[in-house]
Ligand binder design. Structure first.
Ligand code: TYC
Length: 114
């Protein structure tokens, strides 16, 4: 061992050590998942009762809430059914579209970041 290596503090200053190691650091912070609004769009053909039925079944709305949201969509052109994580919002949009197409209604439903 050389004189220089006797002091452990000097070990990271060894001129023969290329010191090319990769520093890895794990970010331990937790991130809240982004939320998405599920939006129903108005059309001239889908029956009001069908929309209310979907709002009750897919979005667990009360009869009053469902009628309120349906009328808002009918009057304003669009309305928010609920706010969910990406996966839940995606699933609900799929359920709405699938039920609407099965009943041959043109109802449109989409999602956007809250
Ligand atoms: N505008 C439709 C009607 O008069 C009702 C409707 C409401 C359709 C909401 C779609 O997302 C909708 N029958």
């Amino acid at each position: 061992m050389s004189e220089r290596d006797k002091n452990p503090k000097d070990n990271d200053l060894d001129p023969d050590d290329p010191q090319t190691g990769v520093v890895e650091k794990t970010d331990a912070r937790t991130k809240r998942p982004s939320l998405y609004k599920v939006i129903l769009l108005n059309d001239d053909y889908t029956p009001m009762e069908f929309v209310v039925h979907l709002l009750r079944g897919v979005f667990h709305r009360s009869e009053e809430e469902a009628v309120h949201i349906m009328l808002q969509v009918h009057q304003d052109g669009a309305g928010i059914c609920g706010v969910y994580s990406f996966e839940v919002a995606e699933t609900k949009v799929g359920q709405v579209i699938s039920a609407a197409r099965s009943s041959e209604h043109p109802l449109q439903c989409t999602m956007e970041k809250a």
